[in-house]
Design a binder for this molecule. Structure first.
Ligand code: GDP
Length: 296
């Protein structure tokens, strides 16, 4: 039922990296996401205010970077549990005064299991008690050897508070993205995953989708998890109405008949009949999964 997953090599074009920020609580994930957003909104973007849709894009040195705006690894793991491998790069935030803590280790394990590249942001460098050398030393115990010490893990000292090092962090994300040669075919039906979803009183189900492959158009027939519908309106992360969205773009759509779950797979399909068939198939698969886990 699904469209062929493999796109021919010649159809692939460069796409922006999708980045998640992970780390121990209070080490500054939210602050770093805010600092990035504030320092890199381009002039002319509706007063520079980004609306919260669960992901946003910035431009650094002419290159677009997509950030998942959900700090913490819960979102990340629930998405992976559903099969949606969204991220290319994980920024591991470690507070320079605090060092590696239990959730830092969890984050490292999740990122490794998912096969994403790790860049370390050593945060809170403005603090007098900051000790980046100790952080780097601790990292080596988890087989993350800093570039500074001959390894391949990029460590960037930053301060979300003062903004120091934030641009350097983005430059390094671009560097890693370039090495990874991230590509997708923009000329096919859209495929992606749900980042977040809610029920709005006036608009009905509203879902933020990350398009991973292809291009999503207003009016497309879609299925998200087991929710079907047609894209009625589509907005970008700046709250502007748009007509189409290509690979690595987060968009907020209306028009689904139910509220999907974060991590649900998303597909644009040929027609509504096919959408409903697919939804039934997925619902049956879900039941099967639940039944077999109940039997264990
Ligand atoms: P999260 O739990 O990882 O999202 O951490 P937050 O971004 O909420 O930050 C936790 C606390 O650390 C807040 O009080 C922030 O103001 C503070 N904080 C974050 N980044 C910095 C920094 O670079 N320097 C200093 N001095 N404080 C910071």
């Amino acid at each position: 039922l699904f469209e062929q997953d493999e796109d021919p090599e010649e159809s692939l074009q460069e796409r922006p990296p999708v980045v998640v920020v992970m780390g121990h609580v209070d080490h500054g994930k939210t602050s770093i996401l805010d600092a990035i957003r504030k320092s890199h909104v381009t002039a002319g973007e509706a007063g520079g205010i980004t609306q919260h849709i669960g992901a946003y894009q910035v431009v650094a040195d002419g290159k677009v970077i997509t950030f998942l705006d959900t700090p913490g690894h819960e979102a990340f793991t629930s998405m992976r549990a559903r099969g949606a491998n969204l991220t290319d790069i994980a920024v591991l935030v470690v507070a320079a005064d605090d060092g590696i803590m239990p959730q830092t280790v969890e984050s490292i394990n999740h990122a490794k299991a998912a096969g994403v590249s790790i860049i370390v942001a050593i945060n809170k460098m403005d603090k007098p008690t900051a000790n980046p050398d100790r952080v780097m030393e601790q990292l080596t115990q988890y087989e993350l050897v800093p570039e500074q010490w001959g390894g391949d893990v990029i460590c960037v000292p930053v301060s979300a508070l003062t903004g120091a090092g934030i641009h350097d962090l983005l430059e390094n994300i671009n560097l890693v993205a370039e090495v990874k040669e991230l590509k997708a075919n923009p000329d096919r039906r859209a495929k992606g995953a749900v980042i977040e979803a809610r029920l709005d009183k006036g608009q009905g189900p509203v879902a933020t989708i990350l398009v991973q492959k292809g291009t999503l158009h207003k009016g497309d027939c879609v299925i998200a998890g087991t929710a079907v519908g047609r894209v009625r309106t589509m907005k970008n992360d700046k709250g502007q109405f748009i007509e189409e969205a290509g690979p690595s773009t987060p968009v907020e759509i209306t028009g689904l008949t139910e509220v999907p779950s974060a991590g649900d797979l998303f597909d644009a399909v040929a027609d509504e009949k096919l959408a409903r068939e697919l939804a039934d198939k997925r619902a049956a698969e879900e039941k099967e999964r639940q039944f077999s886990s109940y039997q264990k």
